[in-house]
Design a protein around this ligand. Structure first.
Ligand code: AMP
Length: 511
């Protein structure tokens, strides 16, 4: 696999070069990454059956997370990262879906499982193994490299299985885009997204693919300008990878500019709409840097299209285009009747090609609903129906035109509204639920839940206490960003003529 070969070569040629660094001091060199992941892979090979079963990696932004990821893969087991910000109930449900034989951790994880290795134990395994241990890497193109869980409409997250070939093909495309910008000096990638989100793959693995350094920004630093600004100042970041939401948050502080990040040459965005306003503001703040808007779902390995956003485009085209596809990918626009759309006509974006995932872990029916196989010149490739609306313009650029379902993006996070609704309905007293996004200035500002509840008629109803209590219960089940800002109790939910909840009517209540 190109990625693993490249890492090995860098570890031999530039052993002391940093593969990852944290603002608070943690570091990992290429030599350490290569030798520790080999040692841990040997341990895994010796202690697990050779069955390609997935391994959970639990932690946050410790540089050692990279060792754990690569060790799993080198031992022929896919890894599934779980970030510490995911609530315990959801963590447990992911672990139940994955059924790992071992869980590798960099942070403490207090759950019942026969084999959880702590960071100390892992480090001692690496230290006790012979230095320069070599390992016979047997990963094949179609073997699963990682599994990422994303919000599922039924209330339980679904695990997207990305193969080694998906990742290699994504990386060779993205790396060539980065290389085309001739960044002089050290390549340092900003890692903002948690490892359990696929945006992190864009910076982490492109960096390793190109011999760069990942600069790991933990959540606490991201949420506090007093920590963030000094962290960025000493970072040497040359490639910024984040959601547009995080860039917007940073734009709120004028100190975050070219003077703070003098090496910054490229800003890569993915995951949600990059607005013209944000792009133009970023051009003012970072006049030396180029901006690339990329598009794609987790199910097609991070991003499948991309385009440089010049000042001319940002001033002329609104909304911004999301560009042309990776040459290994084909984009089709399908109209509601299943027919291909003409240039300029809007329909569902279907992604066909080598970076499309192998489907959802252990969910054949769900996989069949969204994924299919296509024959392409005698060869089979996978296709994925994104649920995104879009069109292709006369210059062959793809444009995003919203969702065709109830999936949304809030502050860069992918959320199925049905996921929140199912979790609400499972709470005591809640009978029905409908969650709606509240829009402001063309962006989703927050979420509002409408519920009906089975409450004791004798008691007087305290709306604030009710809302507080519902949110408290939800926080145990869902990540913080999925908990609606407002919970409104109604006597009944309005229905439309199809007998479905009338979301339009509910939407009018929050305008
Ligand atoms: P995720 O799987 O979390 O990466 O989310 C994928 C979804 O994010 C896509 O299906 C789109 O709805 C949305 N998305 C990704 N990139 C963009 C973009 N550049 N512009 C608008 N929406 C995007």
């Amino acid at each position: 696999m190109n990625l693993l070969n490249n890492i090995k070569q860098y570890s031999l040629r530039f052993p002391k070069s940093m593969a990852a660094r944290k603002p608070t001091g943690g570091t990992l060199t290429y030599k350490e990454l290569e030798s520790c992941s080999n040692s841990l892979a040997c341990y895994l090979k010796n202690n697990l059956p050779n069955d390609k079963s997935p391994i959970i990696v639990y932690g946050h932004k410790d540089p050692y997370m990279l060792v754990l990821f690569l060790a799993c893969v080198k031992a022929s087991h896919p890894y599934c990262p779980i970030d510490t910000s995911i609530p315990m109930e959801r963590t447990v449900s992911i672990i139940e879906a994955v059924q790992p034989q071992i869980i590798l951790t960099t942070e403490s994880l207090d759950i019942e499982h026969p084999k959880i290795l702590s960071l100390e134990e892992i480090k001692s395994i690496c230290a006790s193994t012979e230095r320069d241990t070599q390992i016979d890497i047997t990963i094949k193109d179609e073997d699963v490299f990682y599994i990422l869980f994303t919000s599922g409409s039924t209330g339980t997250p679904k695990g997207v299985q990305i193969t080694a070939k998906c990742l290699d093909d994504f990386l060779s495309w993205l790396a060539s885009m980065v290389k085309a910008h001739n960044i002089n000096g050290p390549l340092v990638f900003l890692n903002q997204a948690a490892f359990s989100f696929d945006l992190s793959v864009m910076d982490l693995y492109t960096s390793l693919f190109l011999g760069g350094t990942s600069y790991l920004l933990d959540k606490e630093t991201q949420l506090d300008f007093k920590k963030l600004i000094p962290a960025l100042k000493g970072s040497g970041v040359s490639v910024w990878v984040s959601t547009p939401s995080f860039a917007n948050l940073c734009l709120a502080d004028r100190n975050i500019c070219g003077d703070l990040l003098p090496n910054l040459k490229l800003l890569l965005f993915c995951g949600e709409v990059l607005t013209n306003k944000t792009a133009l503001q970023l051009m003012e703040r970072f006049p030396e840097a180029k901006i690339i808007n990329t598009y794609g779902p987790t199910e097609a390995t991070v991003a499948v299209t991309g385009q440089e956003i010049t000042r001319e485009i940002a001033q002329r085209v609104e909304p911004l285009p999301i560009g042309r596809p990776n040459p290994k990918i084909q984009i089709e626009i399908r109209k509601e009747n299943g027919q291909p759309a003409d240039i300029g006509e809007t329909g569902e974006i279907v992604i066909i090609g080598d970076t499309v995932a192998k489907g959802y872990l252990g969910q054949p029916e769900l996989t069949e609903r969204f994924f299919s196989e296509r024959q392409n010149g005698g060869q089979f490739t996978r296709a994925y129906k994104t649920g995104d609306a879009g069109f292709i313009d006369e210059e062959e650029n793809l444009h995003y035109a919203g969702r065709l379902d109830n999936q949304i993006k809030l502050n860069g996070y992918r959320i199925e509204l049905g996921d929140i609704e199912s979790n609400l309905i499972n709470l005591e007293d809640i009978l029905e639920a409908a969650v709606l996004p509240k829009w402001q200035g063309g962006k989703i500002k927050n979420l509002v839940a409408f519920v009906t509840a089975d409450l004791d008629a004798q008691e007087s109803f305290d709306e604030r206490a009710f809302s507080r209590n519902v949110k408290k219960q939800l926080k145990v089940k869902l990540p913080e960003y999925m908990v609606p800002k407002k919970i409104i109790r109604l006597d009944s939910l309005p229905m439309n003529s199809n007998g479905k909840v009338d979301r339009k009517k509910l939407g009018e209540l929050i305008k």
